[in-house]
Design a protein around this ligand. Structure first.
Ligand code: EPU
Length: 417
């Protein structure tokens, strides 16, 4: 298992290029199952989650190639409709194959995702949506079976906004007979991206970017070629790292329009931020001002950025709070940040952060993708040596983060145990 060794503190300076969006690529890869033939996705980051999805598509019989950021998925000869436990337990997004398989191949069998590091993360809304579209859902030996002759258009009302359930319903409904109306759909840019890619393949979808999407089912859609948008969470993470280290960083090839709430919070912290169409310039403050952050669905402050924001606030001039309303237990980074001498108290889904003058390096453990990047930010601020164990979590969601940080002046090494 690899670990990161970081010697701090440092001030990040320079430019960093943002990779394609993990959470847009994964549903797009699953969406290739709706088509028969070769789909091509460009600007794909080289991540562990991407290779897990490649392996899953391979098990289903697709021929998958990944070269220089371009994935080709040939679905001409699928041989299986089952996503096994071994893969699903390492990546929950494997559930995305359920809807496309049942829509295009009438049957699917996917291992039930278990709990995750920070709580239960149910999939009831994915199943509700597929049932509304006429799939018969049964459970057997830890697997979900879905079957349908042909899905039928229906009104699907999501009681809460869910990125995954919206993507699932959208993919399934494009091949359903008749009209589907998805109400209270998630507004996240990754959903708009999926809808655009499906439209480019011949799907009929209206209402992109709004909470009601209307899908008129078609008999088939074509393989697609699609260039995926930049990763807003990776860009936000570098912006947070720049702010935390009083750095001066230009974040390039990103989509600043997707980061409004994050950049606003960093501005309250005292960061100077300039944007143009695809770059963000961040100049971190000498001492961070406290801020109160509440995570919300897009366009609110993303739950995927709260850990990194909390790391920034560890050195604020006063008391800040971070409340997670999306995942109330997503705080596995808190005890690890405390090991770096942060002063954080947890009260349910509210973290109260009393800023300290400086953090201290220590050995810490990465527990999930975003918790890990928060620890990197903490280590960059901390005096002395920090070892971050279990960096495979980071590799799930950040492409060569240590190389990108080294280019910005960080003293960070990947060490194999
Ligand atoms: N929920 C349900 N039932 C469901 C689905 C969701 O109750 O069937 C609840 C969840 O428990 C949560 C809320 O709805 O409280 C929102 O969850 P959502 O379904 O939107 O999350 P997701 O689709 O499972 C995606 C991202 C996550 C990100 C969340 C929220 C992917 C592959 N994952 O998860 O990304 O945190 O949306 O924005 O797109 C990450 O990249 O580190 C990550 C965890």
């Amino acid at each position: 298992m690899d670990k990161f060794v970081i010697n701090g503190p440092c001030t990040l300076r320079g430019a960093v290029e943002i990779s394609g969006a993990k959470n847009a690529v994964l549903p797009l890869m699953a969406a290739a199952l709706l088509t028969r033939g070769k789909s091509v996705i460009e600007n794909v980051p080289n991540l562990r989650d991407v290779s897990t999805m490649m392996r899953l598509l391979g098990i289903l019989g697709a021929e998958v190639e990944f070269e220089k950021g371009v994935i080709t998925i040939d679905t001409t000869r699928l041989t299986s409709f089952e996503a096994p436990y071994d893969l699903v337990r390492t990546m929950r997004a494997s559930i995305y194959v359920l809807g496309p398989l049942v829509a295009a191949h009438r049957e699917a069998r996917v291992s039930m995702p278990g709990g995750c590091a920070w709580g239960p993360r149910p999939i009831d809304l994915h199943l509700m949506a597929l049932e509304r579209l006429g799939a018969k859902i049964t459970f057997e030996h830890g697997y979900i079976n879905a079957a349908a002759r042909r899905l039928k258009g229906a009104e699907v009302v999501f009681p809460i906004s869910s990125v995954g359930a919206t993507a699932q319903a959208l993919m399934a409904s494009v091949l359903a007979k008749g009209v589907t109306v998805l109400k209270n759909s998630a507004l996240e840019p990754e959903i708009v991206e999926l809808a655009k890619a499906l439209r480019s393949a011949g799907a009929e979808i209206e209402g992109l970017g709004s909470s009601t999407m209307t899908v008129t089912g078609v008999e088939t859609i074509d393989p697609f070629r699609y260039r995926v948008m930049p990763d807003r969470i990776e860009a936000g993470t570098f912006a947070a790292a720049a702010a935390a280290t009083a750095g001066r960083v230009r974040i390039t090839k990103c989509a600043p329009a997707h980061l409004g709430a994050v950049l606003d919070a960093l501005k309250v912290c005292g960061a100077k931020i300039d944007i143009d169409e695809d770059n963000i310039d961040v100049q971190g403050p000498d001492r961070v001002e406290p801020v109160h952050v509440v995570t919300r669905e897009y366009p609110g402050f993303p739950t995927d950025m709260q850990a990194q924001m909390m790391a920034v606030l560890c050195r604020a001039k006063g008391t800040s709070t971070v409340k997670d309303t999306i995942y109330p237990d997503r705080f596995t980074h808190v005890p690890e940040l405390r090991r770096l001498a942060a002063n954080i108290r947890l009260d349910g889904n509210l973290a109260v952060i009393n800023g300290v003058r400086g953090l201290e390096g220590a050995p810490v453990m990465a527990t999930d993708i975003r918790a890990s990047s928060a620890l990197i930010i903490g280590a960059l601020m901390a005096k002395g040596r920090t070892e971050i164990l279990r960096v495979y979590h980071i590799d799930r969601g950040y492409e060569t983060i240590e190389k990108k940080l080294r280019k910005l002046g960080a003293d960070i090494q990947r060490v194999s145990d």
